[in-house]
Write a protein that binds this ligand. Structure first.
Ligand SMILES: *Cc1c(COP(=O)(O)O)cnc(C)c1O
Length: 329
């Protein structure tokens, strides 16, 4: 029997802790998306975090919770890119060593972004399972603290701080559209949002191929998925079988999951750039893709779409923008 050990009070404590490192991002209303959907659509601009994604919230909370002794041994992690960059960013500010293990699927520009922050990057294996194994074995030998990208109580509480900002600015929100991969973002945001207002609907948005959390919730247990390349590279990867928090929390909190194709994500990236003047990576734009398909349907009139990150290769974005007019869905 596992119990939910993370509470709103953990999120409130995280907020005080991370306030000097993260940025309170804008909640901006979107005229084009409101017109398209007939609802009031707000965008939470996490692409504007200094590390380029919301992952900074969880990484900051996890690292600031470490003892001086643990800090002196450094931190290590496995990442699809953005968590690694966030850990590297916080480690640089705090002045500790960081090692980031990535798989061969992680784009080169994300590896370079991490290295520029002074962290060591180790490319290990074809998928995230291989890279995780590498990180854990180094940690066992050298003593660094391993910080999971999503299945960690401090990471989850850190991500939850975003929900506090959203609901302080607009207490009328009826539904939140949240990227769903390992489920750290969803768990934290849903925990805080439903603690404040249990009527809020939590809608997960995942990639169609390799949606580990969706497949696992459907099956009622954690199932393996194949990791296939996607324009939403931050949403790839399986759920480890020893998952402690996010599977149970997502099962409990998520009201609906919408699956999106790569083609739809590309259209949303072009829409964001052309209509909203926003630079988003595929994962960040996937919630917009859902709105462009007129999903979700059965929710109230005030929707917030989280735009989780903007770490995209600029040449790739320009190529995608050139191929799509950014108007139709
Ligand atoms: C990590 C990440 C996600 C997914 O977060 P999970 O906690 O793994 O569900 C979504 N978008 C971006 C940009 C990310 O970096």
């Amino acid at each position: 029997m596992k119990k939910n050990p993370i509470w709103l009070s953990d999120v409130l404590a995280a907020r005080t802790r991370v306030t000097n490192i993260i940025c309170q991002t804008p909640l901006r209303s979107s005229l084009p998306l409101s017109e398209k959907t007939g609802k009031n659509v707000y965008l939470k601009l996490e692409n504007m975090q200094p590390s380029g994604s919301f992952k900074l919230r969880g990484a900051a909370n996890a690292i600031l919770c470490l003892s001086d002794e643990a800090r002196s041994r450094g931190v290590i992690t496995m990442s699809a890119g953005n968590h690694g960059k966030a850990v590297a960013y916080v480690a640089k500010i705090v002045g500790i060593a960081a090692t980031i293990c990535v798989s061969e699927l992680v784009p080169q520009h994300k590896i370079e972004g991490i290295q520029r922050l002074g962290a060591a990057v180790i490319v290990a294996g074809r998928d995230q399972d291989d890279a995780t194994e590498k990180a854990l074995s180094i940690a066992r030998k050298e003593g660094q603290t391993f910080i999971s990208a999503f299945d960690d109580r401090f990471v989850i509480s850190g991500q939850g701080t975003m929900a506090l900002e959203i609901l302080e600015e607009n207490p009328e929100i009826d539904a939140m559209l949240v990227q769903l991969s390992g489920g750290g973002l969803m768990s934290g945001v849903a925990l805080a949002a439903k603690a404040i207002n249990p009527a809020i609907k939590m809608i997960g948005v995942s990639i169609e191929n390799g949606a580990a959390m969706y497949e696992s919730i459907e099956a009622g247990k954690i199932v393996p998925v194949e990791e296939v390349p996607s324009v939403a590279d931050a949403l790839q990867g399986g759920l480890p079988f020893d998952n402690k928090f996010t599977f149970d929390m997502c099962r409990r909190f998520v009201d609906e999951i919408i699956l999106i194709t790569d083609e739809q994500i590309e259209k949303a990236m072009a829409f964001a750039f052309r209509q909203e003047r926003l630079v988003l990576e595929g994962s960040g734009a996937i919630t917009i893709a859902s709105l462009l398909l007129n999903e979700p349907k059965n929710v109230g009139g005030n929707i917030v779409a989280i735009l989780s990150g903007g770490n995209v290769d600029v040449d790739q974005l320009m190529e995608i923008v050139a191929r799509h007019d950014g108007l139709s869905s």
